[in-house]
Ligand binder design. Structure first.
Ligand SMILES: C[S@@+](CC[C@H](N)C(=O)[O-])C[C@H]1O[C@@H](n2cnc3c(N)ncnc32)[C@H](O)[C@@H]1O
Length: 290
């Protein structure tokens, strides 16, 4: 991937290409140019509003989103075509806009304070009709989905025709001073509630800000999903060596327990045990409760 930022320095606009994940450069920038998985995006940020209640942490992109972008790059990009995706806490909209450019039908969601920024980034990256654009229908929309307002979910599910293949959540867990995360369970519950079939997959990426956060998330994940995997990822930046992160964890959650019952649960677990025995490259797999 190639990431360039533009920020103000000594009264002048400075543009710079990054050679790895650099939180401080990204969070100082008002514009980001991202080239990844054959897509080109320009996204606006509001770095001055990061700490303010007006927009908050959704005003800039976070490292976890870039790690999920690295995951998308490592896949056969044709697999995203016609995939129906819901992104939770999308912020500036980096992930959802890439998948939409690859042909997925994406609903990028966030809370009310972030919607103006998210909506304008989604609209600005509509490639339809532009010379040299990908010949795929642009199907992204920004919608409010506040995790504390269950009624928002209905509209989001309706927007994807009642069927979700993939749920994304990048850096949506907050930690308190003791390292515990009060909303880890909420995020996992949202993933389960939006899983419309046993085939719906969730990718939850987060900065391991504490051991307790990892424990809280894994515990919630195991209570809602039959399959919980940790993906081992590297981000590759143009012109620099592959960049692995040990502070970002990506969990893949599959087979929400709301769809599993009795014999099916047993059979799924038995089949997955077999897959585990044969080994899945780059993924640690846990089936059911550990
Ligand atoms: C750290 S930011 C991550 C943004 C983006 N996913 C990324 O990685 O660049 C956390 C996001 O969660 C959103 N968020 C926080 N509380 C929320 C809530 N109650 N409902 C919906 N979104 C929420 C924030 O507005 C913000 O966009």
């Amino acid at each position: 991937m190639k990431v360039s930022i533009e920020r103000w320095q000594d009264g002048q606009k400075v543009r710079k290409e990054l050679d790895g994940l650099d939180r401080w450069e990204v969070h100082a920038a008002h514009s980001l140019w991202v080239e990844a998985a054959g897509c080109k995006l320009k996204l606006q940020q509001e770095p001055h509003a990061l700490a303010a209640s007006r927009v908050g942490v959704g005003a800039c992109a976070w490292d976890s989103a870039f790690m999920l972008l690295a995951y998308f790059e490592q896949q056969d990009t044709s697999k995203w075509r016609s995939c129906r995706v819901v992104e939770l806490g999308a912020g500036i909209g980096l992930l959802g806009t890439v998948l939409a450019q690859l042909g997925a039908q994406v609903v990028l969601t966030d809370q009310a304070s972030v919607m103006p920024l998210l909506t304008s980034n989604v609209a600005a990256n509509d490639m339809k009709g532009q010379a040299g654009s990908v010949h795929l229908p642009w199907r992204a929309q920004a919608m409010q989905l506040d995790w504390d307002l269950p009624q928002d979910r209905e509209g989001v599910l309706a927007a994807v025709g009642g069927h979700v293949d993939l749920i994304l959540a990048a850096d949506c867990c907050y930690v308190d001073e003791g390292g515990r995360s009060a909303n880890a369970a909420t995020i996992i519950h949202m993933c389960s509630a939006l899983s419309t079939s046993p085939c719906t997959r969730s990718l939850v990426a987060f900065e391991k800000r504490s051991e307790a956060l990892l424990r809280d998330l894994e515990e919630a994940a195991h209570s809602h999903f039959l399959v919980v995997k940790e993906l081992e990822l590297q981000a590759a930046f143009v012109g620099s060596s592959a960049w692995a992160s040990d502070h970002i964890v990506v969990l893949a959650l599959e087979e929400s327990k709301q769809h599993a019952c009795g014999v099916m649960t047993f059979l799924a677990a038995a089949m997955l045990d077999e897959r585990t025995a044969s080994g899945i490259h780059g993924e640690r797999l846990y089936v059911g409760q550990r």
